[in-house]
Design a binder for this molecule. Structure first.
Ligand code: GLY
Length: 367
């Protein structure tokens, strides 16, 4: 078993990665948590292939309730958290109880926010079931929901939430066998992001193991998750609450969140981030931070794993620029972008609007 340690002010906890650990989750939870009462929040999509296996590992000392979650961006909202609070009450959970989030990033965020806010905070363990959640969302303590934007302008991503670190993150790469290839690709977008931030060798690893990754080969996935998480953990250990450096993890996300919220484009988070990383690279090039080869590198790696590098249909560039103001990194109305540079990525202020527009046009925005 591979064990990584996360150590931040909000908690020190293990990330355990092993093919086939799912039936042993109960025992692994007991090594980090004393109580024996809990609520398991399961993504409804994985309830049938994997739910029984997960629950089989909790022995008869446990009193466990389960709640299915419709894990969509539209359902990632305050009402979903309120529903989980009600389930916690009905299951008699107290301050010594536990929430287990079993699913992808949406499930972890919603279950995590419920755990962070029920009785002002109870224990949380995350068992991610998508590649995206394994390499990114489940580690680092971000929890939250989307909010409807003023004027009916779609959903503002993750605008309400809390930092709430789990007691453990338990990763079983075998569950990815039932994950659609489209979702595996979405997880690869976050791995590529981690490559730009702190491990350029990941590009080579991804490129030479592309087929095995998309076939969910457990050994290759184990190495991929470990390498991608090492980058993420080193970032969050320096800045748990995104006061500075953690914003690096938003590479591609300011551009990406905007197109993800355009319903007609029907883009998943990872696909939107892939387009966003190409746009961010072009934006960095426009202002002289990187050469054209970095834009080409971003586009090549994204395309090589089957992710989109351009919008599926054109969207007005001015509407895209206007929607960027709702990004969480915006301060005093000033847009801040995470852009590649000569050595990793940086937060850049005062990016000229023309450079942002040029970046959008590179990924297919129209005038
Ligand atoms: N997924 C970005 C972060 O954890 O900060």
């Amino acid at each position: 078993m591979i064990e990584l340690k996360v150590s931040v002010p909000g908690g020190t906890y293990p990330v355990k990665i092993e093919a086939g650990l799912l039936p042993r989750v109960g025992g692994l939870v007991e090594s980090v948590h004393e109580g024996r009462r809990g609520l398991v929040v399961m993504d409804q999509n994985i309830q049938s292939p994997h739910g029984e296996t997960l629950l089989s590992g909790f022995d008869s000392q446990w009193t466990l309730a389960t709640d299915g979650l419709i894990a969509t961006e539209a359902n990632k909202k305050q009402e979903a958290v309120s529903g989980l609070h009600q389930s916690c009450l009905e299951a008699g959970l107290d301050r010594g109880s536990l929430v287990v989030g079993f699913g992808g990033g949406i499930t972890g965020d919603v279950a995590g926010f419920a755990a962070a806010s029920f009785l002002r905070g109870i224990a949380l363990v995350l068992v991610p079931t998508t590649l995206l959640a394994m390499v990114d969302a489940a580690v680092g303590g971000k929890t939250g929901v989307n909010l409807p934007l003023p004027g009916g302008k779609g959903l503002g991503k993750n605008l309400a939430g809390a930092f709430w670190q789990p007691k453990a993150v338990l990763v079983d790469p075998l569950v990815l066998h039932t994950l659609p290839v489209r979702d595996l690709r979405c997880g690869l977008a976050e791995c590529i992001k981690h490559g730009f931030i702190g491990d350029p060798g990941l590009f080579e690893f991804i490129d030479s193991n592309r087929q095995a990754i998309l076939a969910a080969d457990p050994a290759v996935i184990t190495t991929l998750v470990e390498r991608a998480l090492r980058v993420k953990i080193s970032v969050i250990e320096q800045d748990e609450r995104e006061a500075g450096g953690r914003a690096a993890l938003n590479l591609g996300h300011t551009f990406g969140h905007v197109v993800e919220s355009v319903e007609a484009l029907d883009l998943r988070h990872g696909e939107a981030v892939a387009i966003g990383m190409v746009a961010a690279a072009q934006c960095a090039h426009e202002i002289g931070r990187v050469g054209k080869e970095v834009v080409d590198q971003a586009r090549d790696i994204v395309v090589s794993v089957g992710l989109p590098a351009t919008l599926p249909s054109p969207v007005d560039v001015n509407a895209l620029v206007a929607a960027m103001q709702f990004d969480k990194k915006t301060l005093d109305g000033q847009l801040r972008l995470v852009l590649p540079g000569q050595d990793g990525v940086d937060i850049v202020e005062d990016v000229p609007t023309e450079a942002v527009k040029a970046a959008w046009r590179t990924v297919g925005a129209g005038d």
